[in-house]
Design a protein around this ligand. Sequence first.
Ligand code: GYE
Length: 311
Amino acid sequence: ATILAACTFGTASAADLVVGFSQIGSESGWRAAETTLTKQQAEQRGIDLKFADAQQKQENQIKAIRSFIAQGVNAILLAPVVATGWDEVLQEAKDAEIPVILLDRTVDAPKELYLTAVTSDLVHEGNVAGKWLVDTVAGKPCNVVELQGTTGSSPAIDRKKGFEAALAGKDNLKIVRSQTGDFTRTKGKEVMESFLKAEDGGKNICALYAHNDDMAVGAIQAIKEAGLKPGKDILVVSIDAVPDIFQAMAAGEANATVELTPNMAGPAFDALATYLKDGKEPEKWIQTESKLYTQADDPMKVYEEKKGLGY
Ligand code: GYE
């Protein structure tokens, strides 16, 4: 199948490539930046990008993929909203000899059903956030609340796992509440409000771990409205490194974030170009970097640098 695919597309140059992109939606600032950068990267390479916004629904993504297959695109980029339920449609793409590249989230499907996945190490990100918290509280008792990402999505599953691993055996740290905030600001604020209410107006909470910055930003608002100081009364650690969290860090209202690049498409298009030209299969996982930022890292400077990079 590999050789067949290479022959089928071996003559296509980037200039006449048509690529379908099934995007999840626009739940977060990070996601919006990824969309912007994917369009930019396609344009720079002369790729004709067919963009489909799934509005958070897997069924819309499956429909979009089937439509891309019917159109005979040269390749498909898929940011899978949840991890399961992809086997059938991925098999259809494979039967049509259309390579699929996963962006930013992983799937529970046989590896031969996609060409490669461009993602960060999502477990590691949660682990970095957890280690930061363990080190920062330095043995003091600390009740933690957790805002999870979209239920069933690989980042929600993995970021939870990695964080819990960092806290394992640290008896001073306890996750007292954990609920999904769906990766959005609105839900992050709403769920944080319920956490605060349930935990003595927030007096019983020492730290918030949010699976993305947008939920943290919403939660920061809720903490302020409850009359507490985010970043001080309640420590705030999250993931993504969007510009707004650096503003919050500069104001002392957020403490740490783990960076995730929104440029997943660049490496994906590079791998695709090599594959279509030489038939050379890329590694199954193209891993992007995860870097920790704290208030000590000149947040306003990082904010300025980030602005314009798709944000
Ligand atoms: O962290 C979050 C989002 O899938 C890893 O999705 C990605 C996550 C990202 O909307 O902000």
